[in-house]
Design a protein around this ligand. Structure first.
Ligand code: GLU
Length: 549
């Protein structure tokens, strides 16, 4: 009896690995093309840190003419969530990050390297496990939970490195006959790797992001096939990334310490190892210290948060590129209107330690992103968001023609308005343009510099009776406000007033503030001329009357 007989006893029906090696052809891609993947467990939840990995992995693939695929890692079936795959796919799609290959819903997929769901690849893993068994590079382990507990307790008391290795690997050296006997007796078992590593030897590894690192070799006889016949994460990673042609494993740096084991697996399976790029997590300031952005503690850790508050997806993606490569910011300054696809991301320029999460920066980027939208796209995005999240805004936006005028104020010019960072800001930013909303809420009129009620009424009255003309162009309109300023004894020009401020009680700006506040109840709005154009005479006069009451 030899290893082959034992392998046949354990996996009698699986195919030879040559079948899979031939079935999954080497990818025909241009020189230098990068093949990357996103490999989540189907928990439905997408963490901002995962989205960050996706943005990076996908971009590296895109900019080199490679492939980015989605593989669902569902071998830990305890962690599974109903419709967890859909949740992930939808999040990626919401952010414009649809993969080239992989699962497209709970059951279907596209691409030649599938199945892209690990639980459907059981036979494949078992073939490779059998291949290792045949060479004596893996073995069945019969340790019971009690035995393992006992081992752990002993290691703890003796303060010895924990794990199943060396002298502790009780079933490592069973003879083929002994193992066969146990299997025939029906004793339960799992398959372990027979690690050739030694803890006192080092391996050197070059990580694309972290640089040169060295680690002790792996000497743990890790489980490769569990009692349910499914592989562990580590074994599946090696088999899948080999067969799927992954060139770069881009993942969170919590996996960096697994590199010695992964390299060993690739070596024992006689696969070419991929390059590894381990990304530092996004951090958050907390009580003066720093910690990882946490799914449990921070609502902003869930990518759904951004959809809910209505931050446009490009803004989030752009923010993530910003923290990925520090030269992105300069590039953006020099190319304000370019698509981010034109930015060349460099993995080796990524920071080794984690960037600090910055919501202010996200919202700032979002303001710029939205400022470049047309009134039409703002309308579409805002109403789309409102449909799910804000009934009142949805109702306000029903009159599309008027809404387009409102959104068109100070837009499409060289310095477009930058007051909207997220769709949930829209209502507050436009509601004063709607009479129902304007009169429906208590209004506070704060006229700033001019406080005398009589003077305020005089300014408004004069404006209505003498200076307002709906057909004026912008320049004439402004000249008239200057005339009005002069008539009530204020300086025509801000500049003049600044030179001799004691000469006048105020300047034309204070007069236009009175009109602005009377009209909108706000001291800060976009261009008042445009606002007046949109409101029209009837509404304007009604508001002036109301303000004087
Ligand atoms: N399924 C692993 C995870 O959930 C993937 C790690 C990897 O990208 O290799 O983190």
């Amino acid at each position: 009896m030899d290893y082959k007989d034992l392998a046949n006893l354990i996996f009698p029906d699986v195919k030879e690995i040559s079948y899979y090696e031939e079935k999954y052809k080497k990818r025909d891609l241009p020189e230098g093309a990068i093949v990357t993947r996103f490999a989540p467990s189907p928990t439905g939840f997408v963490h901002l840190g995962s989205l960050y990995q996706v943005v990076i992995a996908r971009k590296m693939a895109k900019q080199t003419g490679g492939v980015f695929f989605l593989r669902v890692e569902d071998t830990d079936q305890k962690r599974e969530v109903e419709n967890g795959v859909t949740g992930i796919i939808e999040s990626l799609r919401d952010f414009g990050l649809t993969p080239d290959e992989g699962m497209i819903n709970e059951t279907e997929e596209i691409g030649e390297y599938g199945p892209y769901k690990q639980s459907l690849r059981k036979d494949i893993y078992q073939s490779y496990a059998k291949h290792l068994l045949e060479q004596g590079k893996a073995y069945p382990c019969f340790a019971t939970p009690e035995e393992l507990d006992e081992m752990r307790a002993k290691q703890e008391t003796a303060k010895i490195r924990p794990g199943y290795y060396g002298v502790w690997a009780k079933y490592r050296n069973l003879t083929v006959e002994e193992a066969t006997q146990k299997i025939e007796n029906g004793e339960p078992y799992i398959i372990r790797l027979k690690s050739p590593g030694r803890e006192d030897r080092k391996i050197k590894h070059h990580d694309v992001i972290k640089g040169n690192v060295d680690f002790p070799e792996n000497d743990q006889d890790i489980v490769i096939i569990k009692a349910d016949g499914l592989p562990t994460y580590h074994f599946a990673h090696a088999v899948d990334d080999h067969l799927m042609g992954t060139t770069h494993v881009i993942r969170g740096d919590e996996w960096l310490s697994s590199v010695p084991l992964h390299l060993q697996l690739f070596q024992m399976l006689e696969f070419k190892a991929p390059k590894y790029a381990h990304i530092a997590p996004i951090m958050k300031e907390d009580d003066g210290g720093k910690r990882k952005l946490s799914k449990r503690k921070d609502p902003e850790a869930a990518v759904s948060y951004y959809t809910e508050i209505g931050v446009p997806r490009e803004a989030v993606v752009e923010y993530l590129l910003n923290i990925a490569n520090s030269n992105f910011e300069l590039w953006r300054k020099q190319n304000p209107n370019a698509s981010v696809d034109e930015f060349e991301l460099q993995l080796n320029k990524m920071s080794v330690s984690g960037a600090l999460f910055d919501i202010v920066k996200i919202l700032d980027i979002a303001k710029t992103v939205i400022s470049k939208y047309t009134a039409e796209s703002i309308y579409e995005e805002a109403i789309n968001w409102a449909k799910t999240y804000d009934d009142e805004l949805f109702r306000i936006l029903q009159d599309k023609e008027y809404a387009l005028k409102v959104f068109g104020i100070e837009r499409g010019n060289a310095k477009p308005r930058k007051d909207i960072a997220k769709w949930s800001d829209v209502k507050e930013n436009i509601e004063y343009m709607y009479d129902d909303e304007f009169y429906g809420k208590d209004r506070n009129y704060e006229y700033q510099k001019v406080t005398d009620k009589k003077l305020i009424n005089k300014i408004i009255t004069l404006y209505m009776e003498k200076y307002y003309n709906e057909n004026d162009d912008k320049q004439t309109w402004f000249e008239k406000i200057k005339d009005l300023a002069e008539e009530v004894g204020f300086a025509r020009e801000v500049k003049e007033w600044k030179k001799e401020p004691e000469k006048w009680p105020g300047h034309v700006g204070d007069i236009s503030t009175v009109l602005r506040v009377a009209l909108t109840s706000k001291a800060n709005t976009p261009d008042m001329y445009e606002i007046m154009q949109v409101l029209g005479k009837k509404k304007i006069f009604k508001r002036f009357e109301q303000a004087m009451k």
